[in-house]
Design a protein around this ligand. Structure first.
Ligand code: NDP
Length: 333
């Protein structure tokens, strides 16, 4: 991490690729820890929020200038002095953006057995943090009833596409928005009843025609949130997952119709996925990888190879250039 960005992160400026440090894979001291080879790293929207002044408090720690980024990833243990993991094991957790690293705290990592034989990349997407986000919060707050109408935004990404499928599974009519015709086509393949490109169609008009909406899955905030409040049914549930339209601006959109929350008796649920791990994590790993392997839950990935491409990948996710879950493949197994 090189510099705090003002607006969108700038490749080669905000983050830089650096080959100056090396590690001796045979001899590097482990000091009771384990040596990990990084296989895949996740690029997530929330990483923009970590590019901030380290003194500003938030739910996720800041990145530190001069230090590697870190995020969810999967690695393979090469050598270990920790009884929790042995050479050949695959671990999921927060990985530094390095090809190899020595980890000390085994509790920060989860052993992935992957009996289903999924690609490791799936464990940072539909079977990782974004999938958990969709699964936990939909279960906790949708209170979905058959025949209700759900509106899902950023619907082609790993969170949105999973939510579309959970909502269909609960018998909802699903309206889904995404930012390109290709993304809309994908969202239709995962079952959305109505899918539209919000850049070429007016969200308010679509909701007026297809709503009112009972459940709003918000990944976007801003004007879309305003349109959803307008189109909400009485007793609607709003699952406030993200507001990416506001992440790269210092001039946030002023949502003008908040007063309708009162009259429509809306329930607004903001959340951070980690807060629900204790309740849902075991169930998630029992259910979701199995259902993904069986083809019951579909997903789409946008894979880039090499740590030198991380900067562009981060920007792509902020601007919507990614076509599905953005993953950096650092090495093959
Ligand atoms: P995605 O793969 O969906 O990538 C982000 C997408 O956001 C882009 O592809 C783009 O899609 C859309 N986007 C970007 N800018 C805008 C804009 N100005 N207006 C509308 N849409 C925009 O990411 P994820 O599935 O990983 O995450 C989806 C959301 O969930 C994010 O808001 C993220 O912050 C949030 N999240 C929240 C968590 C929590 O604990 N609360 C945990 C994980 C994720 P498009 O082209 O369709 O516009």
């Amino acid at each position: 991490f090189n510099e705090i960005p003002k607006g969108f992160p700038e490749p080669g400026k905000t983050t830089v690729y650096d080959e100056s440090e090396t590690i001796d894979l045979e001899k590097a001291p482990l000091n009771g820890g384990f040596l990990v080879k990084t296989l895949v790293l996740s690029i997530d929207p929330y990483m923009r929020g970590r590019m901030r002044d380290a003194s500003i408090k938030s739910y996720a720690p800041p990145f530190y200038i001069g230090k590697p980024l870190d995020n969810f990833g999967v690695g393979k243990v090469l050598r270990s002095e920790n009884p929790a993991f042995k050479a050949g094991d695959h671990v999921y957790g927060m990985l530094p953006f390095q090809e190899y690293f020595v980890a000390q705290d085994a509790q920060q990592f989860r052993l992935l057995e992957n009996k289903e034989g999924l690609p490791w990349s799936a464990y940072v997407g539909v079977c990782g943090m974004p999938g958990q986000t969709a699964y936990y919060a939909w279960k906790e707050w949708s209170a979905a009833k058959k025949g209700e109408v759900a509106f899902v935004t950023s619907a082609s990404g790993p969170v949105g596409a999973t939510v579309v499928q959970l909502a269909k599974g609960d018998g909802c009519k699903v309206i889904a928005s995404a930012g390109s015709d290709d993304k809309v086509a994908f969202v239709k393949t995962v079952g959305a009843d109505v899918a539209f490109n919000y850049k070429t169609e007016d969200t308010r008009k679509v909701l007026e025609k297809e709503g009112p909406i009972d459940i709003f899955w918000d990944n976007v905030g801003g004007e879309t949130l305003e349109a959803a409040i307008e189109a909400a049914n009485v007793h609607g549930r709003f699952i406030e997952c993200g507001m990416i339209s506001q992440y790269n601006t210092s001039d946030p959109y002023p949502v003008k119709n908040l007063i309708q929350i009162v009259g429509k008796q809306l329930k607004i649920h903001g959340f951070i996925v980690f807060s629900m791990h204790d309740k849902y994590q075991d169930e998630f790993y029992r259910e979701v990888p199995r259902r993904v392997a069986a083809g019951e839950i579909k997903y789409q990935e946008d894979i880039t190879r090499g740590l030198d491409k991380v900067s562009e990948a981060i920007l792509d996710v902020q601007t919507g250039k990614n076509q599905g879950k953005k993953v950096i493949v650092v090495a093959d197994d």
